[in-house]
Ligand binder design. Structure first.
Ligand code: GDP
Length: 440
């Protein structure tokens, strides 16, 4: 996420981070580089200029030249300003109505339908809600199908009526259906167009007036940079929406939209989309995002994601197996599945402080476990539960079956054995033993 911006900011702040002599000129030079980095990330010129002016003012005001660690103070100032620019505190979603009505707006292809599904899934799982999805795109039958596919995937019902060509009455019928069937949240997916157009705006405004949503959300593709900001402005002028959803932050986006949108429309970014899967949704925390942009990682989010995937029942079963020396490759596979559910590898790595920089240039595949899984899938069930049976000829067969080399198979076995040993030690309260092993 925002690799290039992070790198440029790091470079800009590097002068002051080192022990070189700090002068007013240095500070000016640094802020100029910061501004350039922001402009390269497609941040609006005016915003970038105001941003660096504030940073400079604060730096000189706090007497950055006289502090012992001017570099660190400068990083902190930039971080605070970035946080402020992106919205300060995280803002929640208003679920006060009964049912609460959430209206989605945005251009076609921005990720509205996908996000409607993600939000329904999030509210169902994390907030114990009983959502209903409503399909209001009367122009594209495929859009209705798509919402049904999404609904089936997450086990959330979808209200649609292919006979009805009037989105306003459809939305109303959807809300009535929710009331009658005990749904406490209604998410209305509307039709988008490829570009801002008056008819679309009138239509969505009419829907809004008819159903009085608690939340009108504007969904925008972060990859579109400055266009995202302009579109947001156009929608906000008509709809006065409540919050922004930034999608596709997992892609190669430069970051401009995330940084500029709040100050242009003065509405908070509420959620971000970080992938095509239904789980790829995150609450937007400006401070955590600022940390990530400055290469400080985001350990809090990482731990939260791990906790979300943690299954106590499974953990207990695993513990028993380890105690009985019965940990096998099937369990190993399960562990991999859990890690994969936390997000794609690149994204997870980006949350570890400093990892982004350390891993720069390394091509981490989204599906980093693909080869390991292929090897394990080429084992027989017997081999998976009894890895000690893996002799040379079996290894050769597995390598052939998975299309990997013998070395890779051996490497995996070695890692597996080390992991089993380590887990066994942790079980036996063998902290000391483990320390010894690590020192050796
Ligand atoms: P809509 O026309 O606004 O309803 O947009 P869709 O929900 O159909 O999304 C358009 C495309 O973007 C689809 O291929 C989605 O899978 C993809 N998409 C949506 N959100 C994300 C995201 O956060 N990350 C990525 N990588 N793709 C996304």
């Amino acid at each position: 996420m925002f690799d290039s911006l992070s790198e440029k900011l790091d470079k800009a702040l590097h002068v002051l981070k080192g022990h070189g002599q700090i002068t007013e000129i240095n500070v000016a030079e640094t802020t100029k580089e910061v501004r350039r980095a922001l402009l390269d990330a497609d941040v609006n010129f005016k915003i970038a200029k105001e941003f660096t002016n504030r940073v400079k003012e604060k730096a000189l005001g706090q007497n950055v030249l006289k502090t012992l660690q001017p570099g660190q103070l400068m990083v902190k100032i930039v971080k605070d300003e970035l946080t402020e620019l992106m919205g300060g505190d995280a803002s929640g979603i208003n679920l006060s109505g009964s049912p609460s009505v959430i209206l989605m707006s945005g251009l076609q292809g921005s990720g509205k339908t996908t996000f409607s599904g993600k939000l329904a899934n999030y509210l169902k799982k994390k907030k114990s809600k009983n959502p209903l999805l409503v399909a209001c795109d009367v122009y594209r039958p495929a859009a209705i199908d798509q919402l049904h596919v999404v609904g089936d995937q997450i086990g959330v019902p979808v209200f649609s009526d292919r006979e009805n060509q009037d989105p306003v009455s459809l939305a109303k019928a959807g809300v009535a259906h929710a009331k009658a069937n005990g749904h406490n949240v209604v998410i209305i997916d509307t039709a988008g167009r490829l570009a801002v157009d008056e008819q679309m705006m009138t239509e969505i405004a009419n829907i809004r007036d008819a159903v009085s949503p608690q939340e009108t959300l504007f969904v925008v593709d972060s990859m579109t940079g400055q266009d995202a900001v302009n579109t947001a402005k156009a929608f906000n002028d008509v709809l006065d929406f409540d919050g922004v959803i930034l999608t596709k932050l997992d892609g190669d986006t430069r970051g401009g939209a995330a940084i500029s949108i709040k100050s242009v429309v003065n509405k908070p970014i509420k959620f971000i989309g970080t992938g095509e899967k239904m789980e790829a949704i995150d609450v937007f925390y400006p401070a955590r995002m600022a940390d990530r942009i400055l290469g400080m990682g985001d350990v809090v989010s990482l731990v939260e994601r791990a906790q979300e995937q943690f299954d106590e029942e499974e953990a207990r079963k695993l513990q028993k197996k380890i105690a009985k020396n019965k940990f096998g490759f099937d369990d190993f596979l399960k562990q991999i599945q859990q890690i994969k559910k936390m997000g794609n590898m690149k994204d997870l790595m980006g949350m570890i402080p400093g990892a982004g920089k350390a891993l720069k240039g390394l091509d981490i595949e989204d599906d980093a476990f693909k080869h390991v899984e292929a090897i394990i899938y080429s084992m027989t069930p017997e081999e998976r539960s009894n890895p000690t049976t893996l002799n040379a000829s079996r290894k050769k067969r597995i390598a052939k079956g998975s299309g990997r080399s013998i070395q890779e198979v051996n490497q995996l076995l070695k890692q597996f054995n080390q992991m089993s040993k380590m887990m066994k030690m942790m079980q036996g309260g063998g902290g000391k033993k483990m320390m010894q092993m690590m020192q050796n």
